[in-house]
Design a protein around this ligand. Structure first.
Ligand code: ATR
Length: 272
């Protein structure tokens, strides 16, 4: 029987996950379909219980449901620490996972190799920054968090093993000079405010790895600034989207995800 997967969120109409996962199912010849379901926050519990009753095989969970979903499904430890899940596997007892952080870690390992001992500056302290910083911290990176609302980054840093927080102001300059990796985990630069960036070229150095989790547009203002600064390793948000999706795909299907096919599907949809 055809297996059904999907994403729940609100709004969810612009999600690229259906295009990405359906391309992967097709490539591997799996009899499965991935759909988007708009679920209001107050109906989340019904939606998860209903998905189980209907025999849905797996769900992704997106904004604004990721945190509340923890109340409705047994969840692995890391996702609990992050305080949010983005994947539910219904194949046995429904279980929640968070693959956002794994996606970022995979992207960075592919770009720089070993993460242990690297100085990483993360901009932001929201859900995405939380997921990424937990994985990088656990992998032995030295994480510095800088967020507009300083209290949030200080709070997040205090929950990590080896992290500190600074302001988004004057301290940034020295911190970037001493950093190996800069990650924008805020929504700054996202369509329609494409001209916005928290960091400009004059603060960057060529050996800095610059990674933006924003994927719409694919080349954000931050990444344009990185190019201008002669940065050699620039990573866009499509990769992280694809790798978190690939990690969910692997959890659900136990198959090796066709990452390139997934990336091409996402890129084509974004360009359209
Ligand atoms: P997500 O789950 O995508 O991370 P979020 O939890 O709403 O979304 O977090 C958004 C992040 O972008 C936050 O770190 C936010 O900073 P605040 O904590 O100060 O709100 C950051 N952000 C959004 N717009 C910003 C802006 N114009 N300037 C600086 N930071 C911004």
């Amino acid at each position: 029987m055809k297996k059904i997967y999907g994403i729940i969120g609100d709004p969810v109409g612009h999600s690229l996950s259906p295009v990405m996962h359906n391309a992967a199912f097709k490539k591997l010849g799996l009899d499965a379909v991935y759909l988007a379901f708009r679920v209001p926050l107050e109906e989340l519990g019904d939606a998860i219980r209903g998905a189980k009753s209907l025999g849905i095989s797996g769900l992704n969970v997106t904004i604004p449901l990721k945190e509340k979903a923890l109340s409705f499904v047994a969840t692995e430890e890391v996702a609990k620490k992050i305080g949010a899940l983005n994947t539910i596997d219904f194949s046995s007892t429904p279980t929640g996972y968070n693959t956002d952080g794994i996606g970022a870690l995979m992207v960075l390992e592919e770009t720089v190799g070993e993460i242990r001992g690297k100085n990483v500056l993360i901009l932001g302290a929201g859900g995405a920054a939380r997921a990424i910083s937990f994985y990088l911290d656990a992998s032995g990176a030295m994480v510095t968090l800088a967020n507009r609302t300083e209290g949030r980054s200080a709070q997040l840093a205090s929950n990590l093993r080896n992290a500190n927080s600074i302001s988004l102001g004057a301290e940034l300059k020295n911190q970037i000079r001493d950093s190996d990796i800069l990650i924008n985990a805020t929504s700054v630069g996202m369509h329609p405010k494409e001209d916005a960036t928290l960091i400009t070229a004059d603060l960057m150095h060529p050996d800095l790895v610059v990674f933006d989790i924003v994927y719409n547009p694919i080349e954000t203002k931050l990444l344009k600034e990185a190019k201008r600064a002669g940065v050699k390793k620039i990573v866009d948000g499509v990769k992280m989207l694809v790798y978190q999706g690939a990690a969910s795909f692997k959890l659900w299907t136990k198959e090796d995800p066709p990452v390139e096919v997934m990336e091409n599907a996402v890129t084509a949809a974004l360009i359209r």
